[in-house]
Ligand binder design. Structure first.
Ligand code: Z5A
Length: 213
């Protein structure tokens, strides 16, 4: 880890509440006077947001999982260089809505990109800027898709990952739980079926226990 800030990521399937909880956590830090950067992947920097557009629109399906992986890492490289590392070096705490575990789950476990390829890209692109804490919000796939659908009804189109079948989303859930099992030091799993308040309290408890901010 570099700098003085801490790097926290939220992971999980569609509609698990990552964006909601990233914002909630940011408010908790505001209350204790700790500056934070709330960011997201794919995206989080100007160029990475442009790559996000390519990745999430339907046509990108034609490029295949490996090319897709390389695009996610291209976006991540810019995000790290332009946003995450500078913020950490300035002493900010960084909260990212998704990071490399999403590539492991979506492109690796669910679409067959080999773990060695992902590990090599992580070494090159992420290097030492690994998350200090990863919070995996765990929710049955059906429930997450239902929540995402309700949210989409208001203000957001369904993207191409949301449009994949239930088996794909169940594979993702399993993949995130396996990552948590393999990296117990870094990851904590929180049951995301509870209310936003309950989950927010559990997230804060985990942060306090880990870092005593
Ligand atoms: N992707 C990838 O394939 N590889 C990668 O390396 C990376 C990403 C980094 C990004 O989409 C897509 O890119 C994503 C994976 C892929 N796939 N998709 N789709 P995105 O950023 O647009 O979407 P997302 O990351 O999947 O997040 P989401 O679907 O927006 O869900 P969320 O952030 O987890 O949930 P939310 O927006 O906070 O909440 C969803 C709704 O549920 C909303 O109406 C809330 O008010 C409601 N909600 C939240 N919490 C609760 C609770 N506790 N109870 C009830 N309702 C709740």
């Amino acid at each position: 880890m570099i700098g003085f800030g801490k790097f926290i990521t939220f992971e999980g399937g569609e509609g698990a509440g990552k964006s909601t909880q990233a914002e909630r956590l940011s408010k908790r830090f505001d209350e204790i006077g700790q500056d934070v950067l709330v960011t997201r992947e794919p995206g989080g920097s100007k160029r990475a947001e442009e790559i996000r557009e390519i990745l999430l629109k339907g046509d990108s399906e034609k490029i295949g999982p490996l090319a897709e992986t390389l695009l996610f890492f291209a976006a991540r490289d810019d995000h790290l260089e332009k946003a995450i590392r500078p913020a950490l070096q300035d002493g900010l705490w960084v909260i990212s809505d998704r990071f490399y575990d999403s590539t492991r789950a979506y492109q690796g476990a669910a679409q067959g990109v080999q773990p060695e390829i992902l590990a090599a890209l992580e070494r090159i692109v992420v290097a030492d800027t690994k998350p200090d804490l990863t919070i995996i919000l765990d929710l049955p796939a059906e429930q997450g898709l239902e929540r995402a659908k309700n949210r989409n009804g208001d203000n957001k189109e369904t993207d191409r990952f949301e449009a994949m079948d239930l088996a794909f989303h169940e594979a993702l859930r399993k993949a995130f739980l396996e990552i948590a099992e393999q990296e117990k030091e870094r990851c904590i799993v929180i049951d995301a079926t509870g209310s936003e308040d309950e989950i927010s309290d559990q997230v804060w408890e985990a942060v306090v226990e880990r870092f005593n901010p």
